[in-house]
Design a protein around this ligand. Structure first.
Ligand code: SF4
Length: 345
């Protein structure tokens, strides 16, 4: 069985109604739902949190004034095709602009998909590698896109070999949905392709709901870890998917139980047609504060906002400490405020 990529396919699978009016959405934004994701969707639940992430909705045609095609400003920091150099010590290498699934909230939705920016040609890849080689301050290369794990192990191996030849690059990080949405792609050959002598490989697993961490996904995580890959998580805070403390707690615990260290919880970006996923920053802060008391320190993600315009990430977790001149007020996880240093007790 292959992925569902058309409105007709969604209708036949019982995910949307015949008269859903989604053709206009499909013309604008790519659709793809893999068999592994389809198996997780409860077609009888109109609010299913898995379906909400992957099944297109008419709200996607509504674009608000603050939304923008390049919400995190990739293009402002792209010195050569495929490279985003936003911070001194690291670059994004966007080798590919297709994904196994198309997330309805995607921050790069204007760049990914069959009509997106395409895959780097051999010449463009060589130019991107030459840029990395020429900049000795680059310590880490982050493969993202698109989803780099849609590339064959052979092509990933070629990229890793090229990076292995650059002494100042110490860490290679992959950002991917594949272990969750197409877990069978994670096999011994893939794991080998992701590692290279002298480099440390990190892999950020993108999942937003605890039900995405299946037994099959776990098999892939175990293979990656056994192959020497360090796993971290990334999630997006999404209305109707994970914007309650219980779901977020289960997701973060799920990561830790799978030996994936929680890393980023992204505030949703201002991508076009994604307003129905947006949570207020105040609500996001309340949620991450609630996690503090509810679950172990091992399970705490960093709540971040990518500042529009390409200004990078900012930690926007609720400030637990306010004050100056040595007198502070510290807020606990239940909202109680305490003087520090303590006064009178
Ligand atoms: S896998 Fe990542 S890049 Fe691809 S559609 Fe989903 S969020 Fe966007």
């Amino acid at each position: 069985m292959s992925a569902l990529k058309t409105v007709r396919g969604l209708v036949e699978a019982g995910l949307v109604k015949e008269e859903s009016g989604l053709d206009a959405v499909a013309e604008k934004y790519a659709i793809s739902i893999t068999p592994a994701v389809l198996a997780l969707i409860d077609p009888n639940d109109p609010n299913d949190p898995i379906a909400r992430q992957y099944v297109p909705a008419p709200e996607e045609l509504v674009t608000t004034a603050e939304e923008r095609a390049d919400p995190i400003g990739d293009l402002t920091h792209s010195p050569v095709e495929g490279i985003v150099h936003r911070y001194p010590d690291r670059v994004l290498l966007k080798a590919v602009h297709v994904c196994p699934v198309y997330c309805r909230f995607c921050f790069r939705r204007e760049m990914v998909g069959p009509q997106g920016l395409g895959t780097l040609t051999a010449g463009e890849l060589d130019a991107a590698i030459a840029y990395i080689a020429a900049h000795e301050e680059i310590w880490e290369v982050i493969l993202t896109g698109g989803d780099p794990l849609v590339l064959s192990p052979r092509r990933l191996h070629v990229i890793m070999e090229k990076l292995a030849g650059i002494a100042h690059v110490k860490v290679v990080r992959f950002h991917t949905r594949v272990p969750v949405v197409e877990p069978k792609r994670i096999d011994a050959e893939m794991v080998e392709a992701l590692t290279a002598s002298g480099k440390t490989t990190y892999l950020a697993v993108h999942a937003n709901h605890p039900r995405e961490l299946t037994a099959l996904a776990r098999t892939g995580f175990d293979l990656l870890i056994a192959g020497g890959v360090v796993l971290i998580s990334q999630s997006v805070l999404l209305a109707g998917v994970n914007d309650d403390a219980e779901t977020l707690a289960a997701l973060m615990r799920g990561f830790v139980e799978n030996r994936i260290r929680p890393y980023y919880l992204h505030h949703p970006d201002l991508a076009p047609g994604t307003g129905h996923f947006r949570v207020s920053i105040e609500d996001g802060q309340r949620l991450v504060t609630a996690l503090r008391g509810r679950i172990s320190g091992l399970c705490q993600p960093t709540y971040v906002l990518d500042i529009p315009g390409g200004h990078g990430k900012a930690d926007i977790g609720a400030a637990a400490l306010v004050g100056s001149d040595g007198c502070f007020t510290v807020r606990d996880w239940q909202g109680g405020e305490h003087a520090y240093p303590p006064v009178g007790d």
